[in-house]
Design a binder for this molecule. Structure first.
Ligand SMILES: Cc1cc2nc3c(=O)[nH]c(=O)nc-3n(C[C@H](O)[C@H](O)[C@H](O)COP(=O)(O)O)c2cc1C
Length: 197
């Protein structure tokens, strides 16, 4: 039996910033826990926005042919998914929201085409923000939880870290990096149990 694959999705347009460093720690923990890991950096992909054409409600597939097919393949082959994102204007950055909207075929398959629901998989959520606006994590959190619901992801844990702004701020918060690593171990453990089902 292959080790389970934990897919980490880095949702920030800034490379190696706070959320990506937390994700790296989490994926390192997942590897410690016996998983294979893959990191998908959303900003490396030129993904077109959903057109809202609802073709996926007829076919279960997206009509746009771009690198999103690589994202679909990564999501379909993962036994667990971790999403890391900063808060931008209360919700997730545009690059991540574009990717999330392109998940609509998964929703259409289950809710319109009545295909079987996806197999349940564990996951985790890592959110960071500076604290520079009054709206907290709520909108970003529910945006990601909404797509987790569509993908059949059961949250093993979540981290929300405030007070991070410059790209290296998280380095000064080693406890958060340790916590992210521990969460990764938990995700791997849950993914291993899923494989055993
Ligand atoms: C366009 C933009 C919008 C932002 N909006 C918010 C916000 O609404 N609330 C907040 O607390 N921080 C906000 N921030 C701060 C980021 O969440 C913070 O810098 C975070 O640490 C960036 O994470 P990263 O290093 O992973 O990119 C914003 C930053 C940018 C660039």
């Amino acid at each position: 039996m292959d080790a389970p694959l934990v897919l980490g999705i880095a949702g920030s347009p800034r490379r190696n910033g706070n959320s990506e460093q937390l994700l790296d720690a989490c994926l390192a923990g997942a590897a410690d826990g016996g998983a294979r890991v893959q990191k998908l950096v959303v900003t490396d992909y030129a993904i077109e926005p959903c057109r809202g054409c609802n073709s996926c409600s007829l076919t279960g597939e997206c009509v746009i042919h771009d690198r999103m097919h690589e994202v679909y393949a990564a999501i379909d082959s993962a036994q667990a998914i971790v999403v890391a994102s900063p808060v931008f204007f209360a919700t997730v950055p545009g690059v991540l929201k574009v990717l999330i909207d392109r998940m609509q075929p998964y929703w259409a398959r289950t809710h319109v085409l009545k295909q079987p629901r996806p197999v349940r998989r564990p996951g985790a959520l890592l959110l960071v923000r500076s604290g520079g606006d009054p709206y907290g994590f709520v909108a970003a959190e529910y945006t990601i939880k909404s797509v987790f619901a569509v993908l059949g992801i059961d949250l093993v844990g979540e981290m929300k870290v405030t007070g991070l702004d410059s790209a290296s701020d998280v380095i000064r918060q080693p406890d958060d990096l340790v916590h992210a690593r521990e969460l990764g171990v938990q995700v791997a453990t849950a993914a291993l149990l899923t494989l055993g089902d």
